[in-house]
Design a protein around this ligand. Structure first.
Ligand code: F3S
Length: 390
């Protein structure tokens, strides 16, 4: 890799230990993937924030970096293992909370904007079309590449921190136009018109095309909420970091010759496979984090009613603050449902706490089964809320 004088200085240790270690990581990645140079990363989003995933080794690593590392660009965080303010209401143990706050303090010391969300694009970390960024949450990476048209590889925790502390990322993969062309044409022959169905489509595609880039035809419209659901599931079930949706997403691509079809039966089968719970004792929505519009809709459904099951609505704290101003949060909380800020049901330490979860998210089903040992059921938001009220 050809490094500039500034980048060589970073590598030499002249600009501090954290910068040196960061440039070593980025340089090694660049060499492995055949990058010719470093480019500026306009913003960073760091995953691997929950103490549940980091453990003590991760916490020590962050504390060491925080001694002299300071972020060079706008940097936000993925969900942590708990609501940073009201963790007790989610039943998080005090010893976990103490460790989680140490993780957050290390990031804060580095100058990170402590906004813990997988939808940073809804709360101020919004890149523009064509901008190079270094993000690591897979659903946000897919959203940034596909829906916004920014350019990012699916970074790991350490490489995204390294980009934050240097403002650089090696130019390979998704940063290069030639790697962003569609590889398979997908003709959707099913009616995809709800968040669970967009999630189911992501599962079908992820499993069939793995991490190849699809050009998807046959969907006439998609809301922000439906797109974030598709981004989350296609990345979870297959690893795709980019898709093209005809008439909806902004990137230009050649239309590939290889063609597959997705039928209504496949979508129904995916929904059935994600719905193995016979008993529901938990309702979890907001994966990816709920938008203000979703909070509005939930408030309408809950107005004047009381929930009879644990019901988490995961969202960014900034989104909740908007919902506070609009009165949605009060209506939701008066029903007994919990707005879980800064966290989500996949990264909070709630393994084995529930038997069956209903959600509108295919990705949430995947992690509930894999991480938390819950059975799942995927349904539209209205049915999830109805289940909470039963
Ligand atoms: Fe976000 Fe957690 Fe889902 S990080 S995408 S809410 S699993």
């Amino acid at each position: 890799m050809e490094l500039t004088e500034e980048e060589r200085e970073m590598l030499s240790g002249k600009l501090g230990n954290a910068v040196k270690e960061s440039m070593e990581i980025l340089n090694a990645l660049g060499e492995i993937y055949g990058a010719k140079r470093m480019i500026d990363a306009a913003s960073v989003q760091i995953a691997g924030v929950s103490y549940h995933n980091l453990g003590d080794a991760g916490l020590e690593y962050l504390a060491e970096l925080a001694k002299d590392g300071r972020v060079k660009v706008l940097t936000t965080l993925n969900p942590a293992g708990m609501d940073l303010k009201e963790w007790e209401k989610l039943g998080i143990p005090a010893d976990f909370a103490e460790k989680q706050m140490k993780v957050i303090e290390a990031f804060r010391k580095m100058g990170v904007t402590v906004t813990c969300t997988c939808t940073p694009y809804l709360v101020g970390n919004l890149p523009r079309y064509g901008q190079d960024i270094a993000w690591s949450e897979s659903s946000a990476v897919c959203y940034a590449n596909s829906v916004i048209g920014a350019k990012t590889n699916r970074e790991g925790g350490p490489s995204s921190i390294a980009s934050a502390l240097t403002g650089k990322t090696p130019e390979y993969g998704m940063h290069l136009e030639e790697n962003r062309q569609a590889q398979v044409l997908v003709k959707v022959k099913a009616k995809i018109d709800s968040v669970p169905k967009f999630g189911a489509l992501g599962k079908v595609l992820g499993e069939r095309i793995k991490n190849r880039i699809p050009y998807i035809e046959g969907i006439d419209s998609a809301s922000l909420e439906q797109l974030k659901s598709l981004c989350a599931s296609i990345a979870t079930f297959g690893g795709t970091a980019l898709f093209h949706l005809k008439g909806i997403t902004p990137n230009k691509t050649k239309v590939p010759e290889e063609t597959i079809e997705v039928s209504e039966a496949e979508i129904q089968e995916a929904i059935e496979k994600l719905s193995d719970a016979s008993e529901i004792d938990f309702v979890g929505v907001g994966c990816p984090h709920a938008s203000l519009e979703e909070l509005r809709g939930i408030a309408e459904l809950l107005r004047g009613k009381k929930v009879s099951k644990d019901f988490w609505i995961c969202t960014a704290r900034k989104t909740k603050e908007l919902a506070d101003k609009k009165g949605y949060a009060k209506t939701i909380e008066e029903s007994g449902a919990k707005i879980a800020c800064d966290t989500c049901m996949a990264v909070a330490p709630i393994k084995d706490r529930y038997k069956g979860m209903v959600t509108d998210s295919a990705k949430a089903c995947y992690y509930a089964a894999g991480h938390n040992n819950f059975k799942t059921r995927i349904r539209p938001m209205e049915e999830c809320v109805r289940e909470a009220l039963k």
